[in-house]
Design a protein around this ligand. Structure first.
Ligand SMILES: Cc1cc2nc3c(=O)[nH]c(=O)nc-3n(C[C@H](O)[C@H](O)[C@H](O)COP(=O)(O)O)c2cc1C
Length: 481
């Protein structure tokens, strides 16, 4: 059974020792960030800050480790990928209901006060307090098809927020479209505290015409229940802890930022759109949510990794059927650095895979292809392949002037986000096509080849049978007796 809501997930985390409550005063200004970072650094528990200076408990770190991700997906590591891919293939339409707990409390007019919410400032040079775990529900201004995506919002005053929607993300595309249609305002919702699969759904890479609630339904194996906002026709999850109903002013900008970003560096401040809060609705005894972004790994990266890898695998597998696994490592911000494991069926196929990856909306800056004997998640194995299976002059490609990852700090910040182009490097670290590769079937040291001159010959110098070698002295030494 899918998790019904955020609270049910918190209960499971608590049961498994993955959530603790902090019952002393912790300051929203930088101290919450320190605590979240310290716990995440040891893959530690999620934290509930009960005394944060507001009446709402603040929950952070619920997506900070792989073990919590497995609890969210209700899966073990072995079955995870298959379960996720199965869910992606069977979308389930959402159900519209007339009311839900998300609107047990409705605050409008003078009652709207963002300073009454526990919104932390995470890094010292941040422009202010930031809502980082919020899910924007933005309906395509033309078709009405909803997108779910995580977007950060800076608090400007009691009723005003500003935000960044990168031009290659759907919310950014919706805003661009609304502007083009001549709209002066555009209504969206910012949702906090939802069942974990709904949160992970935001990061699946789907087409711009996909209804993300249907994707969530497929992944949950159960329809998401939706209610309309009180001030617009935007549909939001009925069991959310908080919903901020926003009206974006498409005519004005405000200075937003800087913010410590998922690249591990600050993005400088710049002029960005204004979002006016038209209503705040919340459950009784609602939980607010915190999420630390910054030097990888953080919750931001963990949240993206499973969805990015699964959806990208789905797309690439169609053209490259020998693709066995791929990795978007946390260190590359889960987008800038990609490793794919496949067996080229003909000369140049690894290169095709590199170019296909570079052409995707993820915009990886470094793409490495290795054979399937390499564990794509093990950087030592990947570096081993790069070191010995390729020749730089023949096996690297640099493609110039393609759309860049907009927040890459190695690009001049004076260039507008939608105008940033850069280069991407591909490394084909698979065995050169046509070379002779001893597959290990005769790792007893013998070789069918008596003479290898004139061909590229790779035989792994493995010590055969070491895994199953009976070694009682070592066992004894390790037991310390
Ligand atoms: C915690 C978190 C915060 C994010 N904040 C932003 C943001 O402020 N602006 C942005 O453009 N993308 C942000 N992203 C990335 C997008 O949410 C994400 O990659 C998503 O896929 C949106 O693009 P799509 O709907 O076009 O697939 C964030 C991701 C995470 C996990």
């Amino acid at each position: 059974m899918a998790y019904k809501d955020f609270r049910e997930f918190l209960e499971v985390l608590k049961e498994k020792g993955e959530l603790i409550e902090i019952n002393r005063k912790v300051a929203l200004d930088l101290e919450v960030g320190k605590a979240l970072r310290k716990s995440a650094a040891i893959s530690g528990p999620a934290l509930i800050f009960n005394q944060n200076g507001t009446k709402f408990p603040l929950v952070g770190g619920i997506y900070n480790s792989r073990s919590k991700a497995l609890l969210a997906f209700q899966s073990n590591e072995e079955d995870l990928f298959k379960n996720v891919l199965d869910g992606l293939k069977k979308p389930i339409a959402p159900i519209k209901v007339s009311k839900g707990p998300a609107q047990e409390n409705i605050l409008t007019g003078e009652k709207i006060d963002l300073s009454a919410l526990p919104i932390p400032k995470y890094s010292p040079a941040d422009g202010g307090a930031y809502i980082t775990p919020g899910i924007v529900v933005s309906q395509d201004p033309e078709t009405g098809i909803p997108d779910l995506g995580n977007y950060r919002f800076q608090v400007m005053d009691k009723k005003t927020l500003s935000f960044l929607a990168q031009p290659n993300h759907r919310f950014g595309k919706h805003i661009a479209k609304a502007r083009k249609m001549g709209l002066k305002t555009y209504s969206v919702a910012l949702v906090l505290g939802v069942d974990p699969i709904l949160a992970y759904t935001c990061q699946f890479q789907v087409s711009d015409t996909t209804n993300d609630y249907e994707v969530a339904g497929g992944l949950r194996r159960e329809a998401v229940q939706l209610i309309p906002c009180t001030t617009s026709n935007v549909l939001v999850p009925a069991f959310a802890e908080f919903v901020l109903e926003l009206e974006i002013d498409l005519t004005k900008n405000i200075f937003e930022g800087p913010l410590g970003e998922y690249t591990g560096y600050y993005t400088p401040g710049s002029l960005k759109p204004i979002a006016n809060v038209k209503a705040i609705t919340h459950r009784n005894d609602a939980f607010f949510q915190a999420l630390l972004t910054g030097v990888p790994p953080t919750e931001n990266h963990v949240l993206k990794q499973i969805p990015f890898e699964a959806s990208f695998f789905n797309t690439m597998k169609e053209q490259f059927p020998t693709l066995k696994k791929l990795a978007f490592p946390l260190s590359g911000g889960v987008s800038f650095y990609l490793v794919m494991g496949l067996e080229p069926r003909f000369a140049g196929e690894a290169r095709q895979a590199i170019l296909a990856a570079m052409a995707s909306n993820v915009r990886p800056k470094v793409v490495i292809v290795v054979n399937t004997d390499i564990d794509v998640h093990n950087s030592t194995e990947v570096e081993w392949a790069v070191s010995f299976r390729m020749q730089p002059e023949e096996d690297t490609i640099i493609v110039k002037d393609i759309p860049a990852g907009p927040l890459d700090p190695s690009i001049l910040d004076s260039i507008p986000l939608d105008s940033r182009v850069a280069s991407s490097i591909g490394i084909d670290a698979t065995y050169p096509f046509g070379s002779i590769v001893d597959d290990g079937s005769n790792r007893d040291g013998s070789s069918n080849l008596k003479e290898t001159k004139g061909v590229l010959y790779f035989k792994v110098a493995e010590v055969p049978g070491w895994q199953t070698y009976d070694f009682p002295e070592l066992d004894k030494a390790r037991r310390g007796s």
